[in-house]
Design a protein around this ligand. Structure first.
Ligand code: DAH
Length: 335
């Protein structure tokens, strides 16, 4: 009879597939009112001679059922875990999700390099408007009324006395009006000229520089610019100053470096001269100081200005300025 019970239990156990049902089966056999429990209780109603034998049988069955239940429980738990692990598994053979990396535009890269070098020499950074009064763009910089730069051919006019600034030099005037000497700043930014070919675009970038104090001389200008050019193009780059003319500086100079493409031997880019023109510079014309109210007896200063596109083109041997603004990713990715 007990053997039948074991067989029935085994059949029931066989059909069970989850822990909840298994628990119910445990209760059914071993619970307070379970089959085995009631068998044990019924021992007392047996004749005393039969008790030991029957008792032993029931206890054996109890141990057997307990063992079977425990074993099955372990198996079910194991299966469950396997299922869970399988469901949560990640396919590590899939390629990762690629996020394209952005980078600085070559023009901004050069611009920031220039700014960085001057900031390290103690210059601060000044900004001015791109839509500028004729007064700041020309008048206060000592451009005569009939100067060709004021011509419709070069300048974008917004109205009779408002222009798109044609250079960053007006920031000199705005910067000086804001403060008293000593002043030492650079002014990077966009400028506009009505011009378009492989070396000119209607919008381009310049960095202006200005330093005013008591006793500032042309040799200060040379020292600062040579330091800058050696940082920018390498410590052995030859630098030369040529006399030139700008209305807002006197004397004025154009500054060349030895051609970085042919090392001075002469090539197409330097037009055989071995030199590349890099910036304009000079001592601030006292006429400009008059406009900002600086005492021309007490103060002197120097100024300089350079084109960022040109420097970038030379640095990376790019022969068409328009490449910078076509936004062809294949071009921009190379920097
Ligand atoms: N503003 C001039 C230009 O656009 C560049 C320049 C020349 C700036 C001499 C200066 C300077 O400050 O001193 O061509």
């Amino acid at each position: 009879m007990i053997d039948d019970l074991k067989q029935t239990f085994l059949d029931e156990l066989e059909s069970i597939g989850n822990p909840a049902d298994l628990f119910q089966l445990r209760v059914k056999y071993l619970g307070k009112k379970g089959i085995i429990t009631s068998q044990l209780k019924s021992l007392s109603s047996l004749p005393s001679g039969e008790r030991p034998f029957f008792g032993k049988k029931v206890n054996e069955a109890k141990d057997f059922i307990e063992d079977q239940l425990d074993a099955k429980e372990a198996r079910l738990k194991n299966e469950e875990l396997k299922k869970q692990l399988l469901a949560e598994s990640i396919d590590i053979t899939l390629p990762g999700k690629y996020t394209p990396f952005g980078r600085e535009h070559p023009i901004n890269k050069t611009l920031l390099e220039v700014v960085d070098i001057f900031v390290k020499m103690g210059f601060s950074v000044e900004e001015g408007p791109e839509v500028e009064l004729d007064y700041y763009n020309f008048e206060a910089l000592n451009f005569p009324k009939d100067h060709p730069a004021r011509d419709m051919q070069d300048t974008f006019f917004v109205s009779d006395d408002v222009v798109l600034r044609t250079h960053t030099s007006p920031v000199q005037v705005r910067g000086m009006k804001k403060r008293k000497p000593p002043v030492r700043f650079i002014a990077p930014g966009k400028v506009y000229r009505c011009d378009a070919d492989i070396t000119h675009t209607p919008m381009f970038h310049q960095v202006e520089g200005l330093m005013v104090d008591k006793g500032v001389t042309f040799s200060n200008l040379k020292g600062i610019l040579e330091t800058f050019l050696h940082q920018m193009f390498g410590p052995n780059t030859p630098v030369r100053f040529r006399p030139s003319f700008f209305p807002f500086t006197e004397p004025s100079a154009e500054v060349d470096i030895g051609c970085i493409l042919c090392s001075g031997a002469g090539c197409r880019v330097c037009k055989g001269s071995g030199w590349l023109e890099i910036l304009g510079a000079g001592m601030v014309n006292p006429a400009v100081f008059e406009h900002v109210g600086y005492d021309t007896e007490e103060y002197s200063g120097f100024a300089f200005g350079m084109g960022i596109e040109r420097i970038t083109m030379l640095k990376y041997a790019i022969d068409d300025i328009r490449l910078f603004f076509e936004n062809d990713i294949r071009f921009l990715r190379q920097f």
